[in-house]
Design a protein around this ligand. Structure first.
Ligand SMILES: Cc1cc2nc3c(=O)[nH]c(=O)nc-3n(C[C@H](O)[C@H](O)[C@H](O)COP(=O)(O)OP(=O)(O)OC[C@H]3O[C@@H](n4cnc5c(N)ncnc54)[C@H](O)[C@@H]3O)c2cc1C
Length: 502
């Protein structure tokens, strides 16, 4: 099948790119392994940053400076300036297409303060911000006539004889057949890789870094893969996120003695390390929002109350919420330039799978939803521009024949995936030591060598989740290897990468 712009992933980044490319007048096809409306973007709760100054004074310059500070010198000031200055227009556009932002009493878009921000800057829709944005983008994409095909899993990128990306090889999950799609430009918008930490992550099970692994295998440059953001407040038993908005609205962090031990609104890396240190001292750590009162919690944090009741069996109106830091956001990704173009000709990337140099060593809460819309638009427009300039489609056949191999099924990859998740959490997590990184690297590389001894036991074609999970595990290994190698190469502590000598 042929199209002008092929987009892999239908989260906030992919759908924004699709809308922008369609508006530029080209044919657009979006392929996604899950249903668009379930993409991880729907889990975002706290808000999307823009210096609107609706509830107290704020400025774009303050937004820029807060973002640069949190990035610890590893962001591009030009890219940060661009993103922050585009933020007010981005919110205006989202508002215009129908995102139902919460309002102030005088009907302005409501804003709240998230960690590391000098002002209440995050625009929100209760604590369903990502859900409302994603579903509105989906409606808009359909309205614009964007074609979206679900349950298509990216296997590999296709490259022509000149090494230019010209399409993608996909697995149709429904039929089990491989399919080739050709395009004049390809945009990867396949999300982040926090699920390499398996259950120790707030993320959707789909966040296995597939697009990054596939781009890496095709020779694309990656950037800053060592930077993984650990969110301070995952529920202790399930890792489900209790949004930063709970602390933004005035929640406290307490240890088992009932003492506050850190500045709750410091950047996430600092708060996570403070909690980790308490846990290592044998303390339990809790989030306390009881003092905010039932009425306030039900109005401003309804989802948090539901999640705590459902998954931790505590009611935050009356009880402390047991928490621990968990992998939440991945700053690393496919390296792209100011046009969202990767190091491979024909390949663009946007959203959490990309590295647009705006988060550096630590992302500010509320800046990711902003990034996916600002740079999603850029990627879609630039991919469309390239497609309009090209006369003919190239074609190619897949070089990677991973699925054609024999798999002996001697080893259970599910067990290995769980072990890997715990190993990464403990050895490639909040505090890192060189010898522990080495142990994790050896484990990953041994698993990679042993892939032929694994494989899917289920040989059926239709809806073979055993096979798709095996393919994801291969991607998890490739991405984990990159994370560890980047972590080993960075000897100093910076942002989310914190090194201890022993
Ligand atoms: C619980 C939670 C709360 C958050 N809260 C906030 C917040 O308040 N503010 C903020 O700014 N950020 C927040 N974030 C981060 C933010 O939501 C994400 O960074 C952002 O939504 C990522 O969007 P995306 O479009 O890049 O990826 P996603 O939304 O993850 O979409 C990825 C898409 O790619 C598809 N895909 C993946 N692999 C393949 C494959 N192999 N083949 C085909 N398709 C594939 C998926 O099906 C999906 O459609 C939060 C994250 C989480 C987990």
């Amino acid at each position: 099948m042929k199209t002008d712009v092929l987009i892999i992933g239908a989260g906030g980044a992919g759908l924004t790119a699709a809308i922008a490319a369609k508006e530029a007048g080209v044919d657009v096809l979006v392929l996604t392994k899950e249903y668009p409306t379930r993409s991880q973007t729907c889990m975002a709760q706290g808000g999307i940053n823009a210096a609107l100054g609706n509830v107290s004074e704020d400025s774009i310059e303050d937004h820029i400076q807060n973002t640069l500070k949190s990035a610890h010198g590893l962001a591009s000031e030009e890219a940060v300036r661009y993103m922050c200055s585009q933020a007010p227009a981005t919110i205006e556009w989202l508002d215009k297409i129908g995102v139902c932002f919460s309002r102030t009493p005088d009907a302005k878009i409501a804003q709240r303060r998230l960690g590391g921000a000098s002002a209440p800057r995050a625009c929100y829709a209760q604590d369903y911000t990502g859900l409302k944005i994603l579903h509105t983008l989906y409606d808009e994409a359909l309205k614009q006539g964007v074609e979206i095909k679900n349950e298509k899993l990216l296997l590999e990128l296709l490259k022509d004889d000149n090494d230019v990306v010209c399409g993608a090889l996909m697995l149709d999950i429904r039929s089990g057949q491989k399919e080739s799609y050709f395009a004049k430009s390809v945009v990867l918008a396949s999300g982040g890789y926090s699920r390499i930490y398996d259950k120790n992550s707030t993320n959707s099970t789909a966040s296995t870094g597939d697009g990054i692994a596939v781009a890496k295998r095709a020779g694309a440059e990656l950037l800053h893969m060592e930077f993984v953001q650990f969110h301070p407040t995952g529920l202790k038993n399930s890792s489900i996120l209790i949004s930063e908005s709970a602390r933004g609205e005035g929640g406290y962090l307490l240890n088992s003695k009932g003492e506050r031990f850190t500045n709750e609104l410091a950047p996430r890396d600092e708060v996570s390390r403070a909690i980790d240190a308490e846990i290592k001292k044998g303390e339990e750590v809790f989030l306390d929002i009881r003092h905010l009162g039932e009425e306030f919690i039900d109005e401003g944090l309804p989802q948090e109350r539901k999640l705590a009741k459902l998954y931790e069996n505590v009611d935050p109106v009356h009880d402390l919420i047991p928490i621990k830091p968990v992998a939440h956001y991945t700053m690393g990704g496919i390296s792209v330039d100011n046009n969202s173009q990767s190091s491979l000709e024909g390949l663009y990337a946007c959203g959490e799978c990309s590295n647009h140099r705006v988060h550096g060593a630590n992302r500010l809460g509320g800046n990711s939803l902003l990034e996916i819309v600002v740079f999603g638009r850029e990627a879609g427009e630039n991919a469309a521009k390239r497609a309009l300039d090209m006369e003919a489609h190239a074609s190619a056949s897949a070089k990677d024949d991973f699925l054609a191999q024999e798999f002996s099924n001697e080893l259970n990859f599910y067990e290995l995936r769980e072990r890997l998740g715990d190993m990464l959490y403990n050895k490639v997590g909040i505090v890192r030591r060189e010898h522990e990184l080495q142990v994790a690297l050896e484990f990953v590389q041994e698993c990679q060598q042993n892939l032929p001894k694994m494989g899917a036991k289920d040989k059926s074609l239709r809806y073979n989740t055993n096979l798709t999970e095996f393919l994801e595990f291969r991607n998890v290994l490739d991405v984990s290897e990159s994370v560890i190698l980047w972590a080993l190469a960075r000897k100093e502590s910076v942002g989310a990468h914190y090194v201890e000598a022993k």
